[in-house]
Design a protein around this ligand. Structure first.
Ligand code: ZN
Length: 140
C-alpha cells in the first residue's frame, strides 16, 4: 500500500526517514541537512502535527530555504521562544488525523539518494524545495 500522506510506495517513507536520521546523527556530512529532513518529512506527514504545528514547520522551512537563515540562528530563536513561554500552541498532534488533505506530491523521501553526503545534501534540499513550493499553495 502507498503512504496515505506522501504517496510513497509500500509505505517505505517511515523506514527511509528512520534510516536517514541514523545517517545524519552518525555522519556530520549527512547531518548538515538534518533541519531540512525533519521539517520536510513532517510537512508531508501532517497527521503527526497540529494545525498550528504544520504552519510552524512550513514557516521554518521557508526561513531555511527562502530567507536562508542559518540553522543555528533558527534553533536559538526556537529555544528563546520556548524558554520565554511565548509559544502557546502544541506542535505534535495526538489524534493522528492529517491536517491537510494532500496525498500526492511531486517528490517524496524515496527520491533522495544517499550513496554519499554530497548527493544526499543535494537531494534533501531539492525535496525540501519541492515540498515547500507545494505546501505554500495549501490554504489551511
Ligand atoms: Zn509517507
Amino acid at each position: 500500500m502507498n503512504c496515505l500522506e506522501c504517496g510513497a510506495s509500500d509505505n517505505l517513507c517511515q523506514t527511509r526517514f528512520d534510516e536517514f536520521l541514523v545517517l545524519e546523527f552518525t555522519d556530520a556530512g549527512y547531518g548538515a541537512v538534518h533541519h531540512l529532513t525533519v521539517a520536510t518529512y513532517m510537512l508531508q506527514h501532517s497527521s503527526k502535527l497540529t494545525r498550528e504545528g504544520w504552519m510552524y514547520e512550513r514557516d521554518l522551512l521557508r526561513q531555511f530555504l527562502v530567507e536562508k537563515k542559518p540553522p543555528a540562528l533558527i534553533r536559538k530563536q526556537i529555544k528563546d521562544t520556548v524558554d520565554s513561554g511565548k509559544r502557546t500552541f502544541k506542535i505534535k498532534s495526538k489524534d493522528g488525523k492529517p491536517v491537510i488533505n494532500k496525498t500526492m506530491w511531486r517528490k517524496t523521501i524515496l527520491d533522495v539518494r544517499s550513496e554519499n553526503a554530497g548527493v544526499y545534501c543535494e537531494d534533501i534540499t531539492a525535496w525540501a524545495r519541492s515540498v515547500l513550493e507545494e505546501a505554500e499553495t495549501i490554504a489551511i
